[in-house]
Design a protein around this ligand. Structure first.
Ligand SMILES: [Zn+2]
Length: 425
């Protein structure tokens, strides 16, 4: 007897199988008898069944605030940061909490069940921190929310930021963040990386820094981050987010940098939707894309995941909580068009991101946490192409979202009555 059986789905590796769920865990991944006893049977015949989507880089304290108190007219990172400073002064605890919860509803409906969110610690009230700690507790039965203490205004540039970051960690924020390229000088940036990595080592925490989010080819804080990771024995626990300066760096320098990152087991989290709109704003033409060197890092054995970063906030006016939008944009901007590269883009919003976040029990093996998503697509590449409906979402053994298949009905003489855009070669 199972609580739920998902029948006939196609796993990301191409196997067609049933999945039996019992007590919040995956109890069987095999063909089960037609008359299997189950509390609920979901027919997923021919549909992709994937472990849940994972977003390793988001800002839940800013999401769904677009237009408050005004929009970002220049579209730049720096105006976004200034605008966020204005918003911070007027937002309330309830507003931040309710917007974050509304976003988590979107995420649940899209099968996005693990999110690493940075939370601004440059605030004496720690309003965002307190709101997101409450949200983390409220959504814990369906979303794993991991919080990063993020001194947005610079841990040294803002005189109160160091103490407030410590207070946030004391309250239960679990990852150490930073923003070295926003400190006053390159030297201060490097010093901030060192101090924050030491803090993480002391407390046994992971590190995820906004690092080199600029077109300046001489912004090289990732080198310091890799060095400090090794010096402090933090291998496998550190990620550099954005790393956009790498797009513009000298090729010889990068040929030395990538092996250093690989040695230190530092992961990379580019955020293609945001990088493609925020970077290159000071260029005329040719205009740089400003996405980091994804394929080159992967060729060196560096783990790379795609992050979403923003939805409807001071930096980005669009966004849907669909990690397949993120993979779709990343695939295009990084030119990952070989079938194996497209397939990898799907892993970069599922298994690779789960590994970056250190999620326990993630996957579709027997014994894993019973969280999965059924998509109206036949395989991972088709999922990226269609960004299709999530027909069912199961979180920790419970069905939390359903959606009916929704093909267009055509009224074209002599043509079929529906258009179904799924397409197998
Ligand atoms: Zn960010």
């Amino acid at each position: 007897m199972f609580d739920i059986v998902v029948k006939g789905g196609i796993l990301p590796d191409g196997r067609q199988t049933d999945i039996g769920i019992r007590g919040g865990r995956i109890a069987a991944v095999e063909r089960l008898p037609e008359a299997v006893e189950a509390g609920e049977v979901i027919d997923a015949t021919g549909d992709l069944v994937s472990p849940p989507f994972v977003d390793p880089h988001f800002h839940l304290d800013a999401t769904l605030s677009y237009g408050i108190p005004r929009i970002n007219a220049s579209g730049t990172l720096l105006e976004g940061i200034a605008l966020w400073g204005e918003l911070k002064k007027v937002m309330t605890f309830e507003e931040v909490r309710d917007r974050a919860l509304a976003y988590c509803d979107w995420a649940a409906s899209m099968g996005l069940l693990a999110i690493r969110s940075h939370v601004d610690t440059c605030d004496d009230r720690l309003l965002g921190v307190r709101a997101l700690l409450e949200v983390r507790e409220k959504v814990k039965d369906y979303i794993d929310l991991q919080l990063v203490a993020f001194p947005q205004d610079g841990v040294f540039r803002d005189p109160a930021a160091w103490d407030n970051t410590l207070r946030a960690l004391d309250l239960g924020v679990e990852v150490v963040g930073g923003i070295p390229h926003f400190e006053r000088t390159m030297e201060e940036g490097a010093r901030s990386v060192r101090a924050l990595c030491e803090l993480a080592a002391e407390r046994g925490l992971m590190v995820d820094m906004h690092c080199d989010e600029t077109d300046d080819p001489l912004s090289r804080h990732i080198e310091t981050l890799a060095f400090e990771t090794q010096r402090l024995g933090l291998q496998g626990r550190v990620a550099g987010s954005h790393l956009t300066s790498m797009h513009s760096m000298d090729n010889y320098y990068v040929s030395k940098l990538l092996p250093l990152m690989a040695e230190a087991q530092v992961s990379a989290i580019p955020n293609p939707l945001i990088n493609i709109v925020l970077q290159g704003r000071h260029d005329t033409y040719p205009r740089r894309r400003g996405l980091t060197r994804v394929k080159e890092m992967q060729a060196h054995g560096i783990r790379v995941g795609w992050g979403q970063d923003c939805v409807r906030d001071p930096w980005y006016s669009l966004g849907t909580a669909d990690m397949l939008d993120v993979a779709f944009m990343g695939l295009h901007v990084a030119q990952m068009t070989h079938p194996e590269e497209m397939r990898r883009c799907f892993d970069m919003v599922t298994t690779e991101n789960a590994a970056i976040m250190g999620l326990a029990g993630y996957g579709l093996e027997v014994g894993c946490v019973a969280s999965l998503v059924v998509l109206d697509a036949g395989d991972p590449v088709e999922a990226i192409r269609l960004r299709p409906d999530r027909l069912a979402v199961i979180a920790k053994g419970k069905v939390i979202s359903r959606k009916a298949r929704n093909d267009a009905r055509l009224a074209l003489p002599g043509r079929p009555g529906t258009a179904r855009r799924r397409h197998r070669a």
